[in-house]
Design a protein around this ligand. Structure first.
Ligand code: BG6
Length: 300
């Protein structure tokens, strides 16, 4: 089944810089490769699995325990969380919305004169399991592999009622040792701490020495993951988001998650460009309107 889809996609969109293949779990996937580096995506979830700038170790992290099963989220890379962030506000379904557990469509692959490669994927209400009873919408995720990896999620309200949503580009970053890194760019920001359930103000750069699950409020600037062991800095810029989530499950939560290795918290950190309702960052689109959430990831 995946083979026929892969062949069809390759025929329609494949190029020197874009190759479709049967990915983990036999899910159709795409590899972009050019002079800037490479990136792999699953069509399922429009999920970026990897990003490796030329000459660098991978920038994105993927769990060795990730399930690659339709209907289940993938653990790592960049899950597209939409139309809700965190638990379902109606208490019916799993966390982080249905976009990450739906099969998207490839809408186009293109190459710029500067040598960048882009792919666009789309999702509408008719692609989503009817049990979610989705309102009319169209999502378009465009991923551009250039001197940065640019991820742009456009949300269109194609219905006749207002469309309110939250979500995140839930990026998992690959670090040599999470307890040796610093996350810069959020000092002075208010946060909601989901581990100890309280509010606070971030005094300095973030150091990870325990479970962290914080929503930083009124944040629109650049974050940097300073990794002294890999000797590099990952720069994370964004637009269309005023909340940033920083997450590392640490020891106990890692053990509780079936799709996350017990020791894997040592090598990852999530810094998410989010629209979190609790931070006053839910979005509402009137009929016909469009909203955009972007994240730009590069290595300095
Ligand atoms: C983060 C949340 O964004 O995602 C955490 O703040 C959550 O609370 C984490 O545990 C992972 O979520 P999930 O649904 O992919 O296990």
């Amino acid at each position: 089944m995946a083979c026929a889809i892969v062949e069809e996609l390759q025929k329609q969109y494949g190029s020197e810089n874009a190759a479709f293949f049967s990915g983990p779990g036999n899910l159709p996937a795409l590899k972009l490769a050019n002079a800037f580096g490479s990136a792999e995506l699953l069509i399922y979830g429009a999920h970026i699995m990897s990003y490796q700038p030329a000459g660098q170790v991978p920038v994105l992290w993927m769990s060795e325990k990730s399930m690659f099963t339709a209907g289940e989220p993938v653990r790592g890379g960049v899950p597209v969380c939409w139309p809700w962030f965190g638990p379902d506000p109606n208490g019916k379904f799993g966390g982080h919305g249905y976009a990450r557990v739906s099969m998207w469509h490839v809408a186009g692959v293109s190459q710029t004169p500067a040598g960048e490669t882009s792919v666009s994927l789309t999702l509408t209400e008719s692609d989503v399991d009817a049990k979610f009873a989705p309102q009319p919408f169209k999502l378009e995720l465009t991923v551009t592999l250039g001197s940065a990896l640019v991820i742009a999620l456009k949300v269109y309200n194609t219905g006749t009622e207002n469309l309110t949503y939250s979500g995140a580009l839930h990026s998992y970053f690959n670090v040599a040792d999470s307890s040796a890194i610093k996350v810069e760019g959020l000092a002075g920001c208010d946060y909601l701490d989901k581990v100890v359930n309280c509010d606070g103000v971030q005094e300095d750069d973030i150091v990870i020495d325990r479970e962290i699950d914080r929503v930083y409020c009124r944040t629109s600037g650049i974050c940097r993951v300073i990794d002294p062991v890999f000797g590099r800095v990952i720069k994370i810029a964004k637009a269309g988001s005023t909340s940033t989530v920083v997450w590392n499950p640490w020891i106990d939560k890692s053990k509780r998650m079936p799709d996350f290795g017990d020791e894997e918290y040592h090598t990852m950190v999530c810094v998410e460009a989010a629209n979190v309702p609790a931070a006053g960052d839910a979005r509402t689109l009137v009929p016909g309107a469009m909203g955009e959430l972007r994240q730009m990831i590069s290595v300095e």
